[in-house]
Design a protein around this ligand. Structure first.
Ligand code: NI
Length: 174
């Protein structure tokens, strides 16, 4: 595995519509493993292939919903999700406003309204169909990452974008 370079705006690959993955081969598996490692080292909660300069429809997400009732050491483990050719097939009418950052847009944050609940269909690394129902932050992360596959970045949808204070930056990293 190796860490790939995360591209930042205004790199045109971030504005391109990514193409469907058709080969679930060894080369794809290397890309997936590299993206997972790159996301962990960054660190980030999600990464889309265009962010490492590869215009294919693939996202990785690693996230655990924090349980405020529990102490740090008892928090649920993070879950890793790999979605190839992901599609949002269902979304709640209800939306929530939340704070987002992006590894491809360093030093900025924005306030974005996202659907509270979504259903995602796609394929795992072996080409097997998979489906996920997500809500809250997990739903937000997937909407953000899947947008990257359309060449959309969060400031396109944000009501407000700004350079955060040190405390805000800390909160968003979590
Ligand atoms: Ni992003």
């Amino acid at each position: 595995m190796s860490i790939r370079k995360i591209v930042t705006l205004p790199d045109p690959v971030l504005r391109r519509k990514a193409r469907k993955v058709t080969a679930f081969d060894k080369e794809l598996h290397t890309l997936i493993d590299d993206m997972i490692e790159t996301m962990r080292v960054a660190p980030g909660v999600g990464l889309a292939a265009p962010q490492v300069g590869d215009s294919r429809r693939l996202v990785v997400v690693e996230y655990a919903e924090e349980d405020e009732q529990l102490e740090e050491s008892q928090q649920p483990p993070k879950k890793l999700y790999v979605f190839v050719n992901p599609e949002i097939t269902d979304k709640s009418e209800e939306e929530e406003v939340g704070l987002e950052g992006c590894l491809s847009i360093p030093e900025l944050v924005g306030e974005v309204s996202r659907h509270s609940r979504i259903t995602i269909k796609g394929f795992n690394r072996h080409g097997k169909p998979i489906r996920l129902k997500a809500e809250g932050w997990l739903a937000r992360i997937f909407q953000h990452e899947i947008d990257h596959l359309e060449g959309i970045v969060y400031p396109d949808r944000a009501t407000r974008v700004w350079k955060p204070s040190a405390e805000e930056a800390e909160a968003i990293r979590d």
